[in-house]
Design a protein around this ligand. Structure first.
Ligand code: ZN
Length: 887
């Protein structure tokens, strides 16, 4: 699964708790037997045949599921997972010697439903002996309006209102469409069929095997049998679709959209054509299914952007389709990267699957890492490796607070599974894999991955299976390093205590501590930390063990530790060393510039050094810097700007500084694309307009307003449309906001509509923000846009949004996916700087959250306390620096 893109999230910026101790990983052989589970192990499924008849208009469906099972120990009951299914009938039959089946007892069996544990138990009234049986369930269920189980997405096209159906089963929601063993270790083949109304299509994991047209024009569509796979990867979609296809290395790839939007999938299709052969080669195993679709769903989710169902990826439209009217360059790049992420899962996750959710990180961290790697290989001009630092920073941001958790976390409940999808799982996972790949070398790492895929194909694994394969390929141990970074939480701090030049070499002394924003005095944990350093000559490597290391590097130039930024740690330089780097900043490589800036800004905020060190580096960023360095500079400037909320004099001071730092680059780029310009220039242009607009930069706000009032072509359509409208919305007065609202209401294109409703919430004026919140509870925005609107308000007015959502809790929760329910409200509050919010969140958690699900609230509290602490303790020094700069 791919979470929402970093740029547009806040709700998913926090989650999870997992204070339970992490058990040592178990070997793969007995993994399935030892994973925690709600289901007894005396019976296992061998094959499913599932027939679904949707009644889309009434949001109900009927289903028949027949499961071939193996009973391993005599039992008088069988328990399966089931959620919100109404059972009409259940029966069991045994296999005769000749392969025929023979019913046991009466056709109808009692089914006991345990709603809380999401199970159903069939009783037989007597013991059945070990052997093969056929279990059959007839039932009906609910079609949801949020992405869980079988769900509906409504939209309009030229011919009127439409409803399409899709499934979303990860982590534990297959049980909402069929009863069964809804745990990843149970791999079986599936035969799926669905009754489709006349004029509609169905998409499944596999190509269609046959179609039986009924008297009323509907058709029963049967899909080919899947390979043995986990329940969470099964997929079904039904609706009025277009499907465009191409062939990549002999495999049919397709993009499926609502009818009429097929061509908008062209970019994604071309991306798949590029990516699939590259993965065939990297993994050393060909893509294993006959086809690979990517299916676009109208609307958005608070929880995720895309899902790696085997052979039938699902993506929300905004992360799959390119609409020339609105798609930004950044989004085009993101569509490629998300496609690459989901396609990596087709091997790593689908062909080889984690045995249990404890190892979700490996699935997600690997797919994130692989997506960056494939993007760097196929689109080096986008410089995705520089973007990796954004992921590292997102992870450290969570991992440096007491509320963090280890990458590998022990998961026992449904709620904990959904909370596990956080920046630690994804971005720290990617960062740790990046570090380990760099440690063993690219070729050895790839050999290890190939061996792992070949050995475990169609099987389940634990994390140590991968470490073992890499060690064998590399001929050197990595398990200790890997365990240090995955089984214990937190961020190492590497202090560069001294550096002496002698004989053309620099002798450096390193000491390992721990970077913590809320417990600076805590006793540091110990890590084995791979460190690379360079001082103008060839880089040198060492492994910091036992808390310290010495290293000699060639050259006597400015010393860069974490050279290449592949290490997951912060680097704290002795002041003279940092001063030298600051002086020579413009001459460093962009990767190291970005890493150095990020490290030193955060070290200053956390009190390890003066915040002036980071501000000096911001000042040292040249006007013609790499676009990603300017992007990071802009994000620091806006962070400083927001610290002065309610202090207009200092806000103005930061606004002027930002104009001086970023204005020249925007003037150089202009507001219109130049023919043949690099793709990242287009990204930077949008970023600069957005960031300066968010600081109410007078020139940017005026230019955006002018274009909006004049109905300039750039506002009507094109890659800057969203950016300009964002600047307009943020600085809007009532009349402007109303005009935007009418645009949103009248818009038919669901992609554009969603975007416009998001913008309506992103408004500086508090009275307008209140109107946006009220609007979210009307029928106007539509179910999936309403929560987006509330989240947008929370970006600017977190306290207002939280108070509103709390006052209308029942209705607001109805707008959010079940999987986001425990994190949505805390997510709204997380940007607050008000100490009073801490108490409000504690109170909320006590009233509405179970101890297992309060992780999201705890993390929001930690983030707010950190922000309050920074304002109290660091802002005075930042103010002194700003005032000295002015004079
Ligand atoms: Zn994923």
């Amino acid at each position: 699964m791919r979470r929402l893109p970093l740029v547009s999230v806040l709700a998913i910026a926090l989650a999870s708790c997992a204070t339970a101790p992490t058990p040592a990983p178990t070997p793969a052989a007995d993994a399935a037997a030892r994973v925690p589970s709600q289901l007894p192990r005396h019976t296992r499924p061998l094959h499913y045949t599932i027939a679904i008849v949707p009644d889309a208009a009434n949001l109900r469906f009927t289903g028949t599921t027949t499961i071939e099972v193996q009973v391993l120990e005599a039992t008088d009951t069988i328990t399966v997972n089931a959620a919100e299914l109404d059972f009409r009938e259940a029966s069991i039959a045994s296999y005769m010697e000749d392969g025929r089946i023979s019913p046991i007892g009466s056709a109808t069996r009692e089914v006991r439903v345990d709603a809380e544990n999401q199970t159903a138990t069939v009783g037989f009234g007597h013991r059945i002996e070990p052997g093969r049986y056929r279990l059959r369930f007839d039932y009906s269920g609910k079609i949801n309006t949020q992405a869980a189980g079988l769900f509906a997405l409504d939209y309009h096209d030229e011919s009127g209102p439409k409803r399409a159906l899709f499934t979303q089963f990860e982590a534990p929601d297959a049980r909402r469409m069929f009863p069964g063993w809804d745990e990843p270790a149970f791999r079986t083949p599936y035969d799926l069929s669905v009754t489709v109304p006349a004029g509609q299509q169905a998409i499944g994991n596999m190509p269609e095997a046959g179609r039986e047209v009924q008297a009323d024009g509907s058709a029963i569509v049967r899909f080919r049998t899947t390979p043995a796979m986990s329940s969470y990867l099964l997929f079904l979609a039904v609706g009025e679709f277009d499907r465009i296809t191409a062939t990549a290395a002999g495999t049919e790839v397709g993009v499926v959209t609502r009818r009429g939007a097929g061509e908008q999938g062209r970019w994604a299709l071309q991306s798949q054509v590029q990516i699939l052969p590259w993965y065939n080669q990297y993994f050393g195993t060909r893509y294993p299914l006959p086809k690979l679709d990517n299916v676009a769903g109208p609307g958005t989710s608070q929880f995720f952007g895309a899902m790696e169902n085997w052979g039938a990826i699902f993506s929300f439209e905004n992360i799959l389709l390119v609409d020339p009217a609105i798609t930004t360059e950044a989004r085009r790049q993101q569509i490629f990267e998300v496609d690459a992420h989901e396609m990596a899962h087709q091997w790593f996750g689908d062909l080889v699957t984690m045995a249990w959710w404890d190892d979700l990180w490996l699935n997600e961290g690997f797919a994130s890492w692989m997506a960056t790697k494939a993007t760097a290989a196929l689109h080096p001009e986008w410089e995705p490796l520089l973007g990796r630092i954004d992921g590292r920073e997102a992870a450290i941001n969570l991992d440096s607070l007491a509320t963090t958790h280890p990458v590998v976390q022990h998961v026992t409940t449904v709620e904990q599974i959904s909370q596990a999808f956080d920046s630690i799982t994804y971005e720290k996972g990617e960062a740790v894999i990046t570090m380990l790949e760099d440690y063993v070398g690219e070729a050895a790492w790839r050999s290890g991955v190939r061996a792992y895929i070949a050995r475990h194909r169609l099987g389940n694994t634990v994390t140590d299976d991968l470490w073992g394969a890499i060690e064998t390929a590399a001929g050197r141990p990595i398990t200790q390093i890997a365990h240090d970074f995955t089984l214990q939480p937190g961020v190492p701090l590497i202090r560069v205590e001294s550096a002496q030049c002698a004989g053309g070499r620099t002798q450096i002394a390193l000491r390992q501590g721990e970077f913590s924003r809320d417990r600076p005095d805590k006793q540091p944990l110990g890590w084995h930390v791979p460190v690379i350093a360079a001082a103008g000559g060839a880089p040198a490597r060492t492994l910091v063990e036992g808390g310290a290391a010495r290293l000699a590097v060639a050259g006597c130039g400015p010393l860069v530790v974490n050279y290449g930024q592949t290490g997951y740690y912060r680097t704290l330089y002795a002041p003279p060393l940092l001063a030298r780097l600051t002086e020579n900043f413009a001459r460093l490589r962009p990767l190291d510039q970005i890493g150095l800036l990020a490290d030193n800004w955060e070290l200053g905020l956390a009190g390890y050094q003066s915040p002036a060190a980071g501000l000096d580096l911001v000042e040292a960023v040249p006007a013609d810097a790499n676009s990603r360095l300017l992007t990071r500079t802009a994000s620091i400037l806006i962070q400083v700007y927001r610290m002065y909320e309610g202090d207009p004099a200092h806000e103005a001071m930061v606004r002027r500084w930002a104009a001086a730092k970023l204005g020249p680059a925007l003037r150089q780029l202009g507001w219109s694309a130049r023919p043949g310009e690099p793709a990242n220039d287009a990204v930077l242009r949008a970023t600069l307009i957005e960031r300066l607009g968010d600081m109410s930069n007078p020139e940017v706000a005026a230019e955006a307003a002018r274009r909006f009032a004049a109905n300039d072509p750039s506002v009507v359509a094109g890659p800057l449309r969203e950016t300009i409208l964002g600047a307009v919305a943020y600085n809007a007065d009532a009349a402007t906001w109303e005009r935007l609202r009418v645009m949103a209401r009248d818009e038919r294109n669901p992609l554009v509509k969603g975007q416009l409703y998001g913008l309506l919430g992103f408004v500086r004026d508090e009275a307008l923000a209140r109107r946006a919140l009220d609007l979210a509870l009307t029928d106007e925005p539509g179910a999936t846009n309403a929560s987006r609107l509330i989240s947008a308000v929370a970006n600017v007015h977190p306290d207002l949004a939280f108070d509103f959502a709390l006052a209308h809790r029942e209705r607001v929760m109805g707008l959010v996916d079940a999987s986001s329910s425990s994190r949505f409200l805390p997510g709204l509050a997380t940007r607050s700087s008000d100490p009073a919010m801490v108490e409000k969140l504690r109170d909320y958690a006590t009233r509405y959250m179970t101890p297992q699900s309060r992780g999201a609230a705890d993390r929001a509290i930690a983030a707010i306390e950190d922000r309050v602490r920074v304002r109290t303790q660091r802002l005075p020094a930042i103010t002194r620096w700003l005032e000295a700069r002015r004079s």
